[in-house]
Design a binder for this molecule. Structure first.
Ligand SMILES: Cc1cc2nc3c(=O)[nH]c(=O)nc-3n(C[C@H](O)[C@H](O)[C@H](O)COP(=O)(O)OP(=O)(O)OC[C@H]3O[C@@H](n4cnc5c(N)ncnc54)[C@H](O)[C@@H]3O)c2cc1C
Length: 445
């Protein structure tokens, strides 16, 4: 067994890594800048009765038994400790509501425009597989959908970007490279052909044959409850957690990291370092100059609200708003998530994507107004509580160069040291929780 390993960052990826690496190293340290582990997977109650979450809320099985048993405990007892959702009850707004899907229904376009867009969509006989957003959408969907739907959605998610620099992955990451069109029967028939299957979507999440189940911790404490249980587990395994700490300097010789000096002044000797925070911070701590481009990101404002009325929608867990005329982006409806409803009360989290410079300009009054117009809360609802939080650089701007830029940045950092690897969303290889966990597992197990 090797001696010591240090994991920098304390998000969900670091938690899984600590479990796995504790089998290989006598000592495992986690360095976390905030006061608790969990990263975006955390919940706070702000001295209220209910808990609000941050990034992801729902877990799905990864399909890798060893990961799933660490995350969920004994799989046979899954149903007793988690609220199981048989579908992801996603809905979306784009000029109007579609309660059965997170994807855009192009039938919401004016009738004549819809018909014209269908004729453009049908006439495509071969799929253009380019990564360039402009070319992909123009050749596979036509100009009408590009101008009236896709360009607006890109602006909503990524701000005012140069469309010609964007990658089609910018839509694929949300599944938005498929649209709802035609009737349900026509869709099912058309989707038998690859050329349509790649561009049109099922009319409802209930038709999804993947049989994915979604899990939310039972009880009132949100996803943070899962984190608290994990912390106890890690402590039982003698994993040392250094909260409120960061890495001041990386001390190395001959490309081998010997130790890390922390902000607290403590020095940790190590055999292996797993870096789950931005690589740019590591280059700085090692005093390595980087001349290349730093990949661009967007930020988030998160509004946690309590209201004195029930929600109008008592089924959906997430509401997506792709409509450029609103700032509201995604709404999490907790009463539908943990299946607990209190009369004359509701609580939700609203995510708004924004540029760094916009953080003060967007306020809760504006968002409450939108929630009323969007028919999410009744017009006569009063707000009982609001908490606004800003999360800087939370979402990658998926240009065609993004992959290359993150790869280069990571590569320079990783190749500088023989005993360091990067993992997690900051590595740039992955962003969603499960893909980040599987990537980590393949790296360290
Ligand atoms: C608003 C939002 C919504 C999301 N929704 C979903 C979703 O619905 N589904 C999904 O699958 N994924 C979602 N994601 C992505 C998901 O959050 C990530 O996949 C997941 O959190 C990755 O975990 P991680 O450990 O890599 O990173 P993080 O959760 O970001 O953890 C990194 C940790 O490092 C710490 N840290 C940062 N800098 C330092 C430093 N210098 N020193 C020490 N510690 C440091 C942070 O405090 C944090 O605890 C969402 C992300 C955001 C921003």
């Amino acid at each position: 067994m090797k001696k010591s390993c240090v994991i920098v960052g304390g998000g969900v990826v670091a938690i899984l890594a600590a479990h796995i690496l504790s089998k290989k190293y006598k000592k495992v340290h986690i360095i976390e800048q905030s006061e608790s582990l969990g990263g975006l997977l955390s919940s706070k109650n702000f001295n209220r009765e209910v808990y609000f979450d941050y990034g992801p809320h729902l877990f799905t099985l990864t399909g890798i038994k060893k990961i799933d048993e660490i995350l969920f405990g004994p799989l046979a007892e899954l149903k007793s400790s988690w609220v199981q959702h048989d579908y992801l009850y996603d809905s979306n707004f784009f000029t109007k509501w579609n309660i059965g899907s997170s994807l855009i229904d192009i039938k919401s376009l004016p009738q004549a425009l819809y018909k014209e867009s269908l004729s453009e969509l049908i006439k495509v006989k071969t799929l253009n597989k380019t990564d360039n957003y402009n070319d992909y959408i123009t050749s596979n969907f036509g100009k009408i959908l590009k101008i009236n739907i896709f360009d607006n959605v890109i602006n909503k998610i990524y701000g005012s970007v140069d469309l010609d620099q964007m990658s089609i992955k910018s839509l694929k990451v949300f599944g938005l490279h498929r649209v709802l069109a035609f009737t349900n029967e026509e869709t099912l028939k058309l989707k038998e052909q690859y050329i349509y299957d790649e561009r049109i979507a099922l009319h409802s999440f209930e038709q999804d044959k993947r049989n994915l189940k979604f899990y939310y911790p039972k009880g009132e404490k949100g996803v943070g409850y899962w984190v608290q249980k994990q912390i106890l587990d890690l402590q039982r395994k003698n994993i040392i957690i250094h909260n409120n700490n960061t890495v001041e300097s990386i001390n190395f010789s001959d490309q081998h990291i010997n130790s890390l000096t922390l902000k607290s002044g403590k020095k940790l000797d190590l055999d292996f370092c797993l870096w789950t925070v931005p690589p740019a911070l590591g280059l700085k701590a090692a005093n390595i100059k980087y001349q290349g481009q730093i990949p661009k990101t967007r930020s988030n404002i998160i509004f946690h609200f309590e209201f004195d009325k029930s929600l109008i929608n008592n089924k959906s867990t997430y509401l997506w708003n792709w409509d450029l005329s609103y700032r509201t982006f995604r709404v999490t409806l907790y009463p539908n998530l943990n299946k607990k409803t209190k009369k004359n009360f509701s609580y939700i989290t609203v995510e708004v994507l924004c540029d760094y410079s916009e953080q003060d300009a967007i306020n809760s009054e504006q968002i409450i107004k939108e929630l009323k117009i969007l028919n999410i809360i009744p017009m006569d609802t009063s707000c009982l509580f609001v908490k606004k939080e800003f999360i800087r650089s939370s979402f990658p701007i998926l240009t065609q160069d993004y992959g290359k830029q993150t790869y280069e940045l990571n590569n320079i950092f990783e190749e500088s040291f023989s005993n360091l690897k990067t993992a997690g969303r900051h590595s740039g290889r992955v962003w969603f929780m499960n893909e980040a966990l599987i990537d980590l597992y393949n790296l360290v197990s």
